[in-house]
Ligand binder design. Structure first.
Ligand SMILES: Cc1cc2nc3c(=O)[nH]c(=O)nc-3n(C[C@H](O)[C@H](O)[C@H](O)COP(=O)(O)OP(=O)(O)OC[C@H]3O[C@@H](n4cnc5c(N)ncnc54)[C@H](O)[C@@H]3O)c2cc1C
Length: 501
């Protein structure tokens, strides 16, 4: 399932098998005298094209092609009746089927071949990096999208008050590259993690000190801030010998990282730590309001911990930071697909994701301030009508008791999809549980520690990890989350506060 099936040079279309990976498609395009447009790839080269189309996965591009689905012109697929179907966007039925297959999570059948609209050979992109304070982030985003490029990827740390933006500018014929040419530029955000590094021990200690009661809480928090800052400085892309922030590179290879296994940063077996992601998709018109909300949620939720650390160590002695990691901001295009997370938006889409490093040695505990993610998710789902990314979220987002993902889609989309399902898979052999949950608007299955397993948002303390209580969030009290109980008085604390110098 990893071969090139056909090349149409005149139309610049490449047909490949659906099990091909991103990396192999980029290489195959170049080999066949074509280029993949900037922005349609996700950041990792070892994901399969079929999985990406089925999950409506994305790269970045506000209002322009920014996912493989956006450049898909044909699909060969097989439904559960055994029918082999060739869908082509040029026909009404084909277009309808393709709109159902993109983001359809394999509900209708198995895609075996994908035809993609590519660009001429030698298409280039200029990559530029900006680091700015985030005081005017939303306004900066609007102006950068309008004047620089729609293909922007931002890493943001609201608590550290800055962001880093990568601009991927497609070069037009006649444009003179402004930066050194790097023929094999590869995204490097997912640099291999050092196996069993110092981070392994650090993250384990950081998480184990969840209630800030250990003898080194001040050190662990300071290190957390420093580590968060250094993670923001991972390079945007690199070649084999150097790390560059500004360069001209082939568009096919501009945005993704090559294979990193067995030392990928998320592979707990490699470094003893992993990452937790969650990602919401909302209309770009709500950018300002949403970013303000994220800021105020973080501020309010951090305050309880800050108050406690101030009592323990003295005011302002220890800064509170988010756990090591960052928020990602990318952009997409509204579509007429049925279940793609971009479905029905008549405006560009904001992709907002959190990535935090977590220790592999403390699965019995969430990381520090983990509840901030729970609050942002619930506000996203319930206030912003966000759609959660299908391949980047915990079960809890698809099992909210009140705010159902299905209701965040245009009302006609699920019924249309189910009609197609009756035709192509009447016995529901392909239906994944995720779709069943959305279709049935299933709520959570509450149980002991379900919030720790990320299967529910807590309703009572027993849903949380030991040492945590299910409480109204400080920023949006209508949403509860599992929160640490910090001691109220100094003398309740078993560790001696340090003397002020
Ligand atoms: C390191 C990493 C980085 C990532 N970066 C991004 C990113 O930048 N942007 C982004 O949007 N997402 C990203 N993702 C999430 C990614 O989109 C999902 O994990 C997606 O599911 C990946 O595709 P896969 O090849 O792993 O597919 P799978 O997880 O195997 O499949 C996903 C879904 O598609 C269905 N499916 C798979 N193949 C077919 C087929 N041929 N026909 C029909 N249905 C099929 C499966 O049944 C399943 O429901 C990333 C994931 C990882 C692990």
């Amino acid at each position: 399932m990893n071969d090139v099936v056909a090349v149409d040079y005149e139309a610049r279309r490449l047909t490949v098998q659906a099990g091909m990976t991103v990396q192999n498609l980029a290489d195959a395009a170049v080999r066949n005298g074509l280029s993949v447009p900037v922005g349609v790839f996700p950041v990792y080269g070892n994901l399969t094209l079929g999985g990406l189309v089925a999950a409506s996965a994305h790269g970045t591009g506000a209002g322009v092609a920014s996912s493989l689905g956006d450049i898909l012109t044909g699909v060969k697929w097989v439904d559960s009746t055994g029918a082999i179907i060739h869908s082509d966007v040029a026909t009404e039925t084909g277009l309808e089927q393709i709109r159902a297959l993109i983001g359809g999570l394999g509900l209708l059948g198995i895609m075996t071949e994908l035809t993609l609209q590519l660009l001429p050979a030698g298409s280039l992109a200029q990559v530029e990096t900006w680091v700015r304070d985030d005081a005017n982030l939303a306004a900066d985003i609007r102006s950068q999208l309008a004047t620089s490029t729609p293909h922007i990827l931002i890493f943001w740390r609201p608590d550290l008050r800055y962001y880093k933006a990568y601009h991927y500018k497609p070069l037009e014929a006649g444009d003179v590259p402004r930066h050194p040419y790097r023929p094999d530029g590869r995204g490097g955000m997912l640099s291999p993690a050092p196996p069993q590094s110092i981070m392994t021990d650090y993250l384990a200690a950081y998480t184990a000190d969840f209630d800030e009661s250990g003898p080194q809480s001040d050190f662990l928090n300071a290190q957390g801030c420093a580590l968060g800052d250094s993670l923001m400085n991972l390079p945007g892309f690199r070649d084999e010998t150097s790390v560059l922030y500004n360069a001209t590179i082939p568009s096919s290879h501009a945005t993704f990282s090559e294979e990193c296994s067995p030392h990928c940063i998320w592979d707990v077996k490699s470094g003893g730590y992993s990452i937790e992601d969650n990602e919401l998709h909302i209309g770009l018109s709500r950018l300002e309001e949403f970013l303000d909300d994220v800021r105020s949620i973080i501020k309010a939720e951090e305050q309880e911990k800050q108050d406690y650390l101030d009592r323990r160590y003295g005011k302002g002695k220890v800064s509170v930071c988010l756990p090591p990691g960052f928020f990602w901001i990318r952009f997409g295009k509204g579509t007429k697909n049925l279940l793609a997370t971009t479905a029905g938006f008549e405006e560009p889409v904001l992709y907002f994701m959190a990535t935090f490093l977590v220790s592999g040695y403390s699965s019995y505990l969430p990381t520090k301030l983990d509840h901030i993610a729970e609050v942002i998710e619930q506000v996203g789902l319930c206030k912003y009508g966000a759609r959660p990314h299908y391949g980047k979220n915990f079960d809890r987002l698809f099992a909210h008791p009140k705010c159902h993902v299905r209701d965040n889609f245009p009302p006609e989309n699920f019924p249309k999809m189910l009609e197609l399902q009756m035709k192509h898979d009447p016995n529901k052999v392909f239906e994944p549980e995720l779709v069943t949950r959305m279709v049935e608007r299933r709520g959570p299955v509450y149980g002991d520690k379900c919030a720790l397993r990320r299967e529910c948002y807590c309703k009572e303390d027993s849903h949380c990890a030991d040492g945590f209580k299910c409480q109204p969030s400080a920023s949006y009290p209508e949403f509860k989350a599992c929160k640490v109980q910090y001691p109220k008085q100094k003398e309740e604390h078993h560790s001696e506060p340090k003397q002020e110098l």
